[in-house]
Design a protein around this ligand. Structure first.
Ligand code: UDP
Length: 160
């Protein structure tokens, strides 16, 4: 456990969420942001950008030898994405649960992928799969100065 990991635990836990190019084109940004907000998580980073293939290759480095790697990078660079950092207790796991499974066909209604899409190659949203991945992805997509932590007045109504 390094210093950063200690700094990002409990209510300080952070995850990297991206609305993929299909999600942006299909106007799901508002609803995705809204569901994270309604849940009680805190938005600490947000930007719209057209990601470079280099950034995407690094982001999906663990899949570099998989057959879908090049198609995935092409898909992800086909239009702007909304890159976000959300913070809160267990936000990584909860974000994954809100997202659904990798394949939309396995995703329950009520999840983003269960509600918004039908194919794995157009599955509208990305979310970090562990605290360690979140740290790696957040530092890849955001500069420290782009993240805005702050006290929110509703904290006592979200946390015991
Ligand atoms: N993907 C794909 N075909 C596959 C597996 C994955 O097109 O057989 C894409 C899909 O868009 C997925 C992304 O690659 O979201 C990353 O895969 P991962 O297994 O990390 O899934 P995730 O964490 O996004 O659910």
């Amino acid at each position: 456990l390094d210093l950063d990991t200690l700094r990002w635990t409990g209510v300080k836990e952070r995850t990297f969420i991206a609305v993929k190019p299909d999600g942006v084109q299909r106007k799901r940004v508002g609803e995705i942001v809204q569901r994270f907000e309604k849940k009680g998580f805190k938005l600490v980073g947000f930007k719209l950008l057209k990601a470079s293939k280099d950034l995407l290759r690094e982001h999906y480095w663990e899949h570099r030898n998989r057959p879908f790697y090049n198609r995935l990078v092409t898909y992800m660079s086909s239009g702007p994405v909304v890159a976000m950092v959300w913070q809160g207790q267990d936000v990584v796991k909860t974000g994954r649960d809100m997202m659904g499974k990798t394949n939309p066909i396995d995703s329950m209604p009520g999840t983003f992928r269960g509600d918004f899409c039908v194919e794995m190659g157009r599955n509208v949203i990305h979310g970090s799969d562990s605290v360690e991945s979140a740290q790696r992805e957040i530092s890849l997509w955001f500069k420290e100065s782009e993240l805005c932590d702050r006290e929110v007045c509703s904290n006592n109504w979200i946390y015991d």
